[in-house]
Design a protein around this ligand. Sequence first.
Ligand code: ZN
Length: 300
Amino acid sequence: MMQAAFLSAYANTNSGYLYDDADGVGIFGFPAFSATGLVRHGFTARIGGVSTGPYTSLNMSFTRPGEPRENVMKNHRLFAKRAGIGWQSMVMDTFEHGVTVLEVDQSHCGMGYFRPSLPYCDGLVTKHAGVTLVTGHADCVPLYALDRKRRHIGLAHAGWKGTLGKIGCNMINMMRTRFGSDPTDLLAGVGPCICGDCFEVSEDLAARFMDAYPGVPLVSPGKPGKGYLDLAMASAAQFLESGIPPAQISLMHKCTYEDPTLLYSHRRDRGQTGGMSAFIQLLPPAKNAFMQLEAPLHQV
Ligand SMILES: [Zn+2]
């Protein structure tokens, strides 16, 4: 893609987010996803949980040193209650820092919680209502997708490796090949992550990204030997490359590094930090009208 064409498309994506901290547990969401009435979705803030110290307080990561598993399970239950999802319905990715996307169904619910973890994967797709896809984050990008027509969803976790390997394209491609999705029916979203002003990388890594994303100005100059990398822009570029119209792509533009009150950041906190969860669940069709009273009902 030529840079002018990319910038023109990028300018037509949506910016911003909803944030609600009812009951003390904060959740970020995309206005466009909420408006469909087809899903519950969002991204957790770090408030309203039981964890302490550097993990204060809604730590969603099971892999932090010294953090009791029971605390994290409690946090997941608190979050599930607040989000209106059954916590038994959740299935979690496994942080390969790769580009593997797996299709899941009801038989996978509970994996990563009270059942063994899934095989390595950083992305999940499903066509089944009631299955809650969950990915873990602490600067890495959460990528969301919703097929409004055929009712399928996808969710992925992408650090720099997943972004370089274009896991977002893999996720959309899975929705096409497994479920018959047409990209022009999809909504896509990029949740809270470390932003292009805060994510400093080596010049070598920056150069690899420029090769992988020709025409996408995702690197800005940094100190000698360094550059700043815009993972959210790269994520939008993957959705555009996949054929999703710009007006159907939403970016929260919420930086994890810049908000220590609401968000953990691996980079800012030098690894001594908790994790957030991204989640999305398809609602059963018959119940949409009753479960999403605040949303437009045109899809019913
Ligand atoms: Zn930032």
